[in-house]
Design a binder for this molecule. Structure first.
Ligand code: ADP
Ligand code: ASP
Ligand code: MG
Length: 435
């Protein structure tokens, strides 16, 4: 059995859905479990609905209706008028309407998950119905009947033994009947049957969860790039496609922010030695990138840029050394607030950490430790990670940047940088200069 995952970019419009069907058609000889994300930028649009509902600014329903209409427009291109799918999708959207009719929950993250899950629910319904309409026998599966999580809304932690038991009970009989099994990425459910999400871009991770639990032969994720490149093509020209990557290399890249794969995806696959392929949905015959074990350590420089970073320079109020018990407290606080510490450096009287500058949480952190620590925040920074660096790559990356923090560990170098400020030329008369 193979697992395929199709992301938002591959399902952004009716032509995308048709293309996905043609890729599945090409591989139909293998039993397939297909995971889909929300269509195009639907999740961003749903986040706006949630924010409007929380603010009660009267815009939530109109935003939600516009998003429904975008789905209906795609469906009108794929199905005849009066097709059953229109009722099915409508019934799903009605559940969103009900949430919006209620006053907003005090628990923002809980409310977020109940609304944002709509994107995957409808895209999976539409794709499954389309596959059936072109003769690819498909069984729609609610991922919430399989993926069991705790109740950390927006970042659900998978309960593996339960998820595995669910997957092994539910999926094989569907496959045995000759179905393609099609389900949602990104969503799961608590033991009380409330919907959870796994974190933004979490559908890749869902693919890995299903692959792990069902002992898949391989997992393929279909993207709008030819494979994993040695840098983000939106930032750099002249990128190189990596034909093969080790699990370890892929984990390092994604941990430091390579956005092509969700960071949690690789580990479950590595544990079961399941190869993963990153392939282009625009060129399905091309080999893409294979991620597996035992790959030669012969890589070009690989660059990962993580934006929106902040440095926190922390010192004690009583001028004592920053000792282990201080760090224990600081890390506990960071963990509680789900602040990700990407780099750290400790000196005698100060401790510096580089964190993702998640809105509000950093302020909360500084405030919560203020009885014992002073923290100075520097924002608008980038964390650049270079694996297998050469001096030439580093020099070119440093152009136009001020390096605030730098660390080299064997073949990895990290630097926190900011742009050199552009000083505008101003026509100012400096005393005496015109004399
Ligand atoms: P999905 O449609 O599955 O959600 P994403 O948009 O999340 O796909 O991921 C694919 C995008 O990741 C590409 O379009 C590319 O711009 C970006 N990307 C960032 N870093 C890399 C990299 N190292 N290699 C390939 N693509 C990358
Ligand atoms: N739709 C979700 C998101 O955009 C999950 C995913 O696409 O991976 O974050
Ligand atoms: Mg994505």
């Amino acid at each position: 059995m193979k697992v395929f995952k199709f992301g938002g970019a591959s399902l952004k419009d009716a032509a995308g859905v048709k293309n996905v069907a043609s890729i599945i058609e090409r591989f139909r000889q293998d039993p397939l479990v297909v995971i889909v994300s929300a269509m195009g930028k639907t999740t961003n649009a749903l986040e706006e609905v949630v924010a409007a509902h929380a603010k009660q600014n009267g815009e939530a329903q109109a935003l939600f209706d516009a998003l429904k209409e975008r789905h209906y427009a795609i469906m009108r291109e794929l199905f005849d008028e009066g097709d059953e799918i229109f009722n099915v999708v409508n019934d799903t959207f009605v559940e969103g309407d009900w949430v919006l009719e209620e006053p907003p929950s005090d628990n923002y993250d809980y409310m977020y998950d109940q609304i944002v899950c709509m994107g995957e629910l409808v895209s999976s319904r539409i794709t499954a119905a389309y596959l059936n309409s072109v003769g690819l026998k498909t069984q729609w599966l609610d991922a919430r009947d399989v993926v069991a999580t705790d109740n950390t809304y927006r970042e659900g932690w998978v309960i593996w033994d339960k998820t595995k038991a669910n997957a092994q009970r539910v999926v094989p009989p569907m496959l045995a009947e000759g179905n393609i099994v099609l389900t949602q990425g990104f969503i799961g459910s608590t033991s009380e049957n409330f919907t959870t999400t796994l974190g933004r871009e979490g559908s890749d991770y869902s693919g890995a969860i299903f692959s792990f639990c069902l002992d898949a032969e391989s997992m393929s994720i279909w993207k709008d790039v030819p494979g994993v490149l040695n840098a983000d093509p939106r930032i750099f020209d002249n990128t190189i496609k990596l034909d093969r990557l080790s699990y370890k290399e892929a984990i390092e890249m994604t941990y430091y922010g390579a956005q092509v794969i969700h960071p949690k995806t690789i580990k479950p696959l590595q544990n079961k030695n399941i190869p993963m392929y990153v392939k282009s949905f625009l060129d399905p015959a091309a080999p893409g990138t294979e991620i597996s074990s035992d790959v030669d350590d012969n890589y070009p420089p690989i660059v990962v840029v993580e934006k929106n970073q902040a440095l926190l320079h922390i010192s004690t109020l009583d001028y004592s050394f920053v000792a282990e018990h201080h760090m224990a407290r600081l890390f506990r606080k960071a963990a509680d607030l789900r602040i990700f510490v990407n780099m750290m450096q400790n000196g005698a009287i100060s401790f510096t950490i580089c964190v993702s500058n998640v809105q509000d949480r950093i302020e909360q952190f500084i405030n919560d430790i203020s009885d014992e620590f002073r923290a100075k925040k520097e924002t608008g920074l980038e964390l650049i990670t270079v694996r297998h660096y050469t001096q030439e790559t580093i020099d070119s990356l440093k152009k136009g940047k001020i390096v605030l923090f730098e660390e080299r560990i064997r073949n990895t170098m990290h630097m926190v940088v900011k742009n050199v400020p552009v000083i505008e030329r101003r026509e100012v008369e400096i005393a005496g200069s015109k004399a």
